[in-house]
Ligand binder design. Structure first.
Ligand SMILES: Nc1nc2c(c(=O)[nH]1)N[C@H]1C(S)=C(S)[C@@H](COP(=O)(O)OP(=O)(O)OC[C@H]3O[C@@H](n4cnc5c(=O)[nH]c(N)nc54)[C@H](O)[C@@H]3O)O[C@H]1N2
Ligand SMILES: Nc1nc2c(c(=O)[nH]1)N[C@H]1C(S)=C(S)[C@@H](COP(=O)(O)OP(=O)(O)OC[C@H]3O[C@@H](n4cnc5c(=O)[nH]c(N)nc54)[C@H](O)[C@@H]3O)O[C@H]1N2
Ligand SMILES: [Mo]
Length: 799
């Protein structure tokens, strides 16, 4: 670790010296989750905030203890054991906490991580939210609660309706709910006035039917969480290698000799990836981490599944950490490109893969001319790194033969995210790192089935071949005009061009940028429909008429049609497999997502186009048969799921170095280098996840790897910025974001925490900071909100 400055701020004097952060208390809030009418409001919840030193490693014994204790507390011993033992096993439950793949051969008895256990426990809670709860709490009351409090109330059990003008939700029958939706949809002036959102926990079967419903109804308005997530990846990879998905298997990570981890915090968000990194390290790999923060999970890993990890010091991970300034990655990769070209000049045939470049790519010359001329000062300004740090990184790449590039939100949620991704693809192509063992591109997806949902057609701009196949299978002409992505959907709702919003999962209001704008947009909708497991902000920011439709979670037994049903999902490495829930459902009225989508479709479309909506819920194989005939790469879907439990989706670049781009080759691209800067006194805010959350679901108020306990309203800021701005650790400030539209965006009362982050770059948790992200601040090409680049100033609280 030659390049990283020492760890962050010393603990403030009022903190007991106590155990290291890994020894912090339980991370899930204990105590009754049932409402006693006095749930905490924001102020009360934040009053207990404590700050300590960040951890220098991830997981370890503490993680096992916490996950088991939480699981038992929330679900009881029997259910906890049943659910956790089935997690990520063959014919078990696909864990919904991330999209990391399962090992092919040997699986641990406990093939899950602390945060997977949290997700399962959270779904399996015994507390429920039924009609009495809604009778006791008006919408105005719920609007004053924190996100943490809302979800903590328990599982939704009854279909509920908020009738226009009413203060409360009240129960409604499933049939009446479906009829209500049908009436609204059929009363619109045109199908493009409706929006069909999808979150990435949805199964392939439900996703396939959801997009079929939208298109049979007549619109491509299918925004999804991917628009806020890895859309930049899909756009960047589609343009360069012709396929918007990663090109590696788990085995490739194990066999790599260099793994680059850019803009990702695997210790919290993909803990099972640490096992792969550990294996790779033991096989001799080096790891290059590129991140403004020295995340614990990038540094050292105590594998809780191994005795060695339980007892010992674990495995050191990153050999080198580049603490880059926010958004410096495009410049960094252009500089690395230049240094690799120069190294190849000095020792021809040792650094680049000329044979690969010649045979499989196009555009090399233009790219090399461009990056050879990259301006060193611009690179240093953009990255905040020294030239020698960049040379060290380039030397690691130059001396490696099998390189895997991994990345996540620290790359995708920037203005120039697509250009950045294309830039490290340039480097990967120049080194021939696609379609060979131990090498490739590894976007690490978030939601467990976000990749599968896209494969199934959840896409506002679907390719023509998909629509052709869908139309041919079901005998109708799907709409061809691209629909709304997430940001367009908000604009359309805001401007009243869209009037009905139907969400298959997720929490669009809190997850999307510009919370106040989204809230107003939703409240103006004629009808909002949320198909959900737990109460969240999107139920509170309800349309004039609003429905909550409670659904089965992934761990629950699905007996739709009177028989046990399985669903299928696709992970981050294109592995498709089945998932079967074991637990008794949270309530007798819950329906599966498949059943609900079919209910809406039947009530809306009747027998329009002759699609047999009534038949699908009885046997999900009937859906899989259709998927097999419509979705490329899914031939014999039903059979391959039934007999083999799953299969790997084909991927031309990975399998045969075939690149389905218009050029028929992998494409080098040229992106101008822009160095973003902010006016004096302003900071760049990145919005990140704590260790105790899953997106907008807040499990607890700790972030033990970063030393935070019992609170979330913190801003991580460097000592240099504190000094320059005349602030001190512990000051409470408002964050005010600045954007060209002049709209005032403010998030109040954040405690400043001195932290090891580059000067000018601060970090705070999402979703609390989403009111600060301007709706129109989107990545070029992909449209992803720039959640990692928000220009803010600090103001003393209360001004
Ligand atoms: N437990 C848990 N698991 C999850 C989730 C969760 O919320 N909780 N969410 C799931 C989802 S949907 C997703 S998409 C993934 C998200 O997984 P991550 O992408 O790991 O999530 P973030 O917390 O957004 O972390 C972004 C990381 O990028 C770094 N970063 C920020 N800006 C830059 C930059 O400009 N350059 C570089 N190089 N790095 C930067 C940040 O410091 C941080 O380490 O995790 C999935 N898994
Ligand atoms: N500022 C900022 N904003 C961000 C991000 C960021 O890093 N910074 N990250 C973005 C990213 S990467 C993503 S993916 C989005 C996430 O956006 P979403 O996917 O919309 O949000 P989630 O918080 O994952 O959704 C949580 C809700 O899903 C419901 N749910 C849980 N399980 C199930 C299920 O099995 N079925 C159904 N039907 N519902 C279920 C529950 O009701 C729960 O309240 O947020 C984005 N927003
Ligand atoms: Mo995501």
């Amino acid at each position: 670790m030659s390049t990283s400055p020492p760890a962050a701020a010393p603990p403030p004097a009022d903190l007991p010296a106590g155990p290291p952060v890994d020894g912090a208390g339980p991370t899930l809030q204990s105590g009754p989750a049932v409402d006693d009418g006095s749930g905490p409001l924001v102020d009360e919840e934040e009053a207990r905030l404590r700050v300590g030193p960040p951890a220098d490693h991830a997981a370890g014994l503490q993680a096992v203890r916490l996950s088991m204790a939480n699981a038992v507390r929330q679900m009881g011993v029997v259910k906890a054991t049943r659910n956790l033992r089935a997690l990520n096993q063959v014919d078990g439950v696909d864990c919904m906490s991330c999209a990391w793949p399962d090992p092919k051969g040997h699986r641990h008895t406990a093939e899950f991580c602390e945060n997977g256990a949290k997700a399962v426990s959270w779904e399996g809670v015994r507390q429920t939210v039924g009609p009495e709860f809604f009778a006791a709490h008006s919408l105005a009351d719920l609007a004053g609660r924190t996100d943490h409090w809302l979800e903590r109330q328990g599982r939704l059990t009854h279909p509920m309706v908020r009738r226009a003008g009413a203060e409360h939700y009240e129960p409604i029958s499933w049939q009446d709910a479906f009829a209500l939706i049908g009436t609204h949809l059929n009363g619109l002036a045109g199908p493009d006035e409706a929006v069909f959102y999808t979150s990435g926990r949805t199964s392939n079967e439900a996703a396939f039917l959801h997009q079929l419903l939208a298109r049979a109804y007549g619109t491509n308005n299918l925004p999804d969480c991917s628009n806020m997530c890895h859309e930049s990846t899909s756009a960047g990879l589609a343009r360069t290698i012709g396929v918007g998905k990663g090109s590696v298997s788990l085995q490739d990570l194990h066999e790599a000799d260099l793994i680059v981890v850019s803009g990702q915090n695997p210790g919290t968000n993909h803990p099972r990836m640490l096992t792969a990194l550990e294996t790779a390290k033991r096989n001799g790999a080096r790891i290059l981490a590129i991140n403004p923060l020295q995340e614990a999970g990038l540094m050292r890993f105590d594998n809780p599944q191994k005795l060695r990890g339980l007892a010992g010091r674990g495995t050191g991970l990153a050999d080198e950490l580049l603490q880059i300034r926010s958004n410096g990655d495009l410049a960094l990769w252009q500089a690395i490109g230049r240094l690799l070209l120069e190294a190849e000049d000095a020792a021809p045939g040792t650094v680049l893969d000329r044979a690969f470049i010649d045979q499989y790519t196009t555009g090399f010359d233009a790219w090399q001319r461009h990056v050879r001329a990259v301006d060193r000062d611009a690179v240093l300004a953009a990255t905040g790194l020294t030239w020698s740090q960049i040379e060290t990184a380039a030397a690691m790449l130059a001396s490696s033969k099998r390189i895997v590039h991994c990345w996540a939100m620290g790359i995708t949620q920037h203005h120039n995210a697509v250009a950045t991704i294309k830039e490290f693809v340039n480097v990967a192509l120049a080194q021939g790192m696609i379609g060979k063992p131990g090498a490739g591109l590894c976007p690490v997806r978030g939601h467990s089935n976000v990749q599968g949902d896209r494969t199934m057609g959840i896409w506002e701009a679907p390719p023509a071949f998909f629509l052709d196949a869908l139309g041919a299978e079901f005998g109708f002409a799907p709409p061809r005009e691209p629909g709304f992505d997430a940001a367009d959907a908000v604009r359309a709702l805001r401007d009243r061009r869209a009037k009905v919003f139907i969400a298959l999962g997720g929490n669009f209001v809190a997850a999307m940028s510009d919370t106040d704008v989204v809230t107003e947009a939703m409240r103006g909708a004629q009808l909002t429909v949320q198909i959900s497991t737990k109460l969240n902000r999107s139920h509170v920011a309800a349309g004039r008429t609003a429905l909550i439709l409670p659904t089965l979670g992934r761990t629950e037994q699905d007996l739709t049609g009177g028989r046990p049903q399985r669903v299928t999902v696709e992970d981050s490495m294109s592995e498709v497999h089945a998932s079967r829930g074991r637990s008794a459902p949270a309530g007798p009225l819950l329906r599966s997502e498949v059943d609900i989508v079919c209910g809406i479709a039947a009530a809306t479309l009747g027998d329009r186009h002759g699609i047999p909506w009534q038949d699908f819920p009885a046997d999900y194989d009937r859906i899989r048969d259709r998927i097999g005939r419509v979705v490329p790469g899914c031939a014999d879907y039903t059979e391959r799921i039934r007999t083999h439990g799953g299969f790997t989706m084909p991927h031309g670049p990975r399998d045969s170095r075939t690149f389905p781009t218009p050029e028929g080759k992998a494409v080098f691209t040229v992106s101008p280098l822009e160095v973003l800067s902010v006016p004096p006194g302003r900071l760049v805010l990145q919005t990140i996840r704590s260790h105790d959350q899953f997106n907008t679901t807040i499990y607890g108020l700790d972030d033990r790897y970063r030393g935070i306990r019992s609170g979330r309203r913190v801003v991580f800021i460097s000592a240099a910025d504190l000094a320059e701005l005349g602030h001190a650790d512990g000051d409470v400030v408002d964050l005010v974001s600045e954007w060209t539209d002049g709209r005032q965006r403010r998030a109040e009362r954040f405690r400043l925490v001195e932290y090891n982050t580059p000067k000018g770059c601060v970090a705070a948790y999402y979703p609390e900071t989403n009111p600060l992200v301007p709706l129109d601040s989107q990545a070029a090409v992909s449209g992803t909100p720039t959640s990692k680049w928000v220009v803010v100033r600090l103001e003393p609280s209360g001004t």
